[in-house]
Design a protein around this ligand. Sequence first.
Ligand code: ATP
Ligand code: MG
Length: 576
Amino acid sequence: MFMPTLREVPSEAEIPSHQLMLRAGMMRKAMSGVYSYLPLGYRVIRKVEQIVREEMDRQGGQELLFPAIQPADIWKLTGRWEDYGGEMFRLKDRGGRELCLGPTHEELATITLRDETRSYRQLPKLVYQIQTKFRDEIRPRFGVMRAREFIMKDMYSFDRDDEGCEVSYRKMYEAYRRAFDRMGLHYIVVEAESGAIGGTHNHEFMVVSDVGEAGIVFCEACGYAASEERADAAAVPEPESAPSLAADRSHARTIATPDVRTIDDLIGFLGVSPRQMVKTMVFVADGEPVAALIRGDRDVNEVKLRRALGCASLELAAPEVIEEVTGAPVGFAGPIGLKQAITIIADPEVLHVVDGVIGANAADAHIVGVRYGVDFTAHRVEDIRIVVAGDECPRCGTPLKGARGIEVGHLFKLGTKYSSRLDARYLDEAGQERSVIMGSYGIGITRCVAAIIEEYHDADGIIWPMSVAPYHVIVLPLNTTDEQQLKVAESLHSELEKLGVEVVLDDRDERPGVKFKDADLIGFPVKVTVGARGLAQCRVEVGLRRGGQTTMVGLDEAATYVSELVRSELALLSKL
Ligand code: ATP
Ligand code: MG
């Protein structure tokens, strides 16, 4: 067998799953973010794929396979040839035609179905593939968790109308729930985008884990859960009415703040709390500068800001732009006395800041004692802040909890985004031409493998759930030079195989300690140890990787005992 295990922890691997996939001989690095899957690793990948495949099929999905290499022109029609930016691997054929290695397949799926769909009678359709994807990630890391070449399941749904799409979406939601349950994963389903038009269009399945890259907030009281960057903020009550505010006397005065560059400097210098500060952040939205006001202890959520402004592109303004807009160096922007008349958008919390501090739009100067409505205003007031743990739940007001999550799956309602740009239409019952309503649904197969290991490991190695273990059982003769031990082990191995158990025989001439270490590292759920002492009583030892319990079992019943053990574990996972 080709299962090259490592004793040492490879220095490049920071998280347990990455370390263990290398140490257990599951994979080897080919280059940054690109891996060869070795036999043990590939067996696990195929098991995860098979679980996903069965759940897709259960919901009426049909498997197909699109090419990994794609023409540029379809991406140009949807505008994604530009939008995808540096993450797309691009190449040219010998004739100079532009191509890419597919990072995803919405375009290809849409035109493929379009060319064969005329009538409402041909809808709905659910097609999916399990395929290698290519994304030139800025920061590939954590092994297959964020790779540049990885395996994804991507499903595309095609429906007549929104109601149909809702049905497809629910089917996929159910398929995901079942698939991840069968893998033994524990997850939170989060709203990834609560649409401005109402309803939820986008869910992510997150495996809760300290190594997760995504922040999640969730409410234990009402079940609300969302990714940190997309979570809605709880409504902030309106402050006192405007007339009484206007009657308020202004206490504003400009003070010198030399050598004060950061918010922390300023807090120290003035002896104020971050909640008294109003940060003015200059962004460029579709080429136009805008100012966003946010409380000093908060951060701007660029996704929300983009949505509030209705712009396609949004980025932090470059220093030159900030200087032009404010007439001051970076670090002193404020809503009063900007050099250019630009749109100012304020987060609702800013309206409650009393005795506030803002930049003075002049070098080394701030204005203190300010208040919204008295000293400054904004053109618009909208939720543009990042919600964090401890904030109130937007639904029920309970303080939100925070966690980190690994995004293993994504459900997306696409509406007519692709069908309209790629002319995927059909004739409805009234003979009217309509755009197909689409959804897209991804599961990171290889990322799932890493997520499973994150959830199931200890200091000695991986502890595979039975459903995804590379093999169910290892038969381990302690001394292979002892002919009786070897014979018993070999016959147990073949008996188990006959019973349909996936079993490995460790007949290497190695010390028992080495074999035990490898068995624990690779994480076979069941280990059958054949040793001289047991055999003297016609018994072998059956041990479980999870929990470590061992039982002595008589030779004649050992095979049935083990196969029952395996079967009951598998049944448990498939019943979920
Ligand atoms: P992320 O936010 O992690 O970059 P994404 O939103 O780009 O993910 P999708 O385009 O929705 O991901 O892809 C579907 C699934 O593919 C994800 O849920 C994830 O499980 C997996 N995936 C995405 N990018 C990678 C990657 N670089 N390496 C491994 N798996 C990935
Ligand atoms: Mg991504």
